[in-house]
Design a protein around this ligand. Structure first.
Ligand code: GLU
Length: 266
């Protein structure tokens, strides 16, 4: 029997910008988001603790501010876009979850919150209290105040840091790629999907190449860095394609994902 999200109890779901934001319109893909949130609500109703790490603030805000969808932005432009986009993002989650009677809580973190012991403990206590109060935290980086030198920069590592912080047992990275391949499958037809990783080797890090997507900032290298952090804290992680409807069920009914399993048997 293969690994399943359904076996988790405290589950962090990371949603990438390219899944959440429609490339053509620059708007939230509402139908898709509803289908994912229905799955999250289903697990929450079973008593599982669910935490969302959502990207998309910059992608949403830059369209609204007409900053173009391709041009490189300056740091202040990115931060302005994030300020506009984050409120749209929070509103979308609030609207969808509140309609089901679920309290949603916005938490914006910076790299400092993971590196400074006092701030780490503080963020951890807040998140754990929210979970005890049965809220679903929706987390993003505090992009409007984090500058280039002090940024996580991508939500893959932020999500792994959150998983470590709250001692999650499962981290799901929903992405536009279905897993970790021996080479970049977009350019190399001999690339093979690796279904399970129990130890991250230097060879694997080399295989990851540099495959950042147009919309999100996280490529395979950042996903492996997230896997390393998750595994070290005893949390299993899966990289899976998220663009289909009901992506969590798809993970549990397909073997075409990559699971990273920590030493501790799960
Ligand atoms: N925090 C950024 C945002 O919400 C994106 C990070 C990422 O690309 O993962 O727009």
């Amino acid at each position: 029997m293969f690994h399943q999200v359904a076996h988790g109890q405290r589950i962090v779901i990371k949603i990438g910008s390219s899944l959440l934001v429609d490339h053509e319109t620059g708007l939230i893909r509402r139908e898709w988001l509803t289908s994912l949130l229905n799955e999250i609500i289903f697990y929450w109703q079973q008593g599982k603790e669910m935490i969302i790490v959502s990207s998309g603030a910059i992608a949403l805000g830059r369209r609204h501010l007409q900053l173009g969808d391709r041009a490189a932005l300056t740091l202040p432009q990115k931060q302005a876009a994030a300020a506009v986009g984050q409120i749209k993002l929070a509103h979308a989650y609030q609207e969808a979850l509140y309609a089901q009677g679920i309290t949603v809580a916005q938490v914006l973190l910076t790299l400092d919150d993971s590196q400074n012991a006092e701030r780490f403990a503080n963020a951890k206590n807040t998140l754990k209290t929210l979970l005890e109060l049965q809220a679903i935290p929706v987390i993003n980086e505090n992009d409007t105040v984090a500058t280039a030198e002090i940024r996580f920069g991508d939500n893959d590592r932020l999500a792994a840091c959150v998983a470590h912080m709250i001692e999650a047992d499962t981290l799901v990275l929903l992405s536009d790629i279905d897993g970790f391949y021996t080479a970049n499958p977009q350019v190399d037809q001999t690339a093979v999907l690796i279904r399970e990783v129990r130890e991250l080797t230097p060879e694997m890090m080399a295989m990851a190449g540099d495959s950042a997507t147009e919309y999100g900032s996280g490529g395979m290298i950042t996903k492996l860095a997230a896997a390393k952090m998750a595994m070290e804290s005893g949390c299993r992680m899966v990289i899976a394609a998220g663009k289909h409807m009901s992506p969590l069920r798809r993970i549990d009914t397909s073997e075409d994902n990559t699971w990273f399993i920590p030493g501790r048997a799960f």
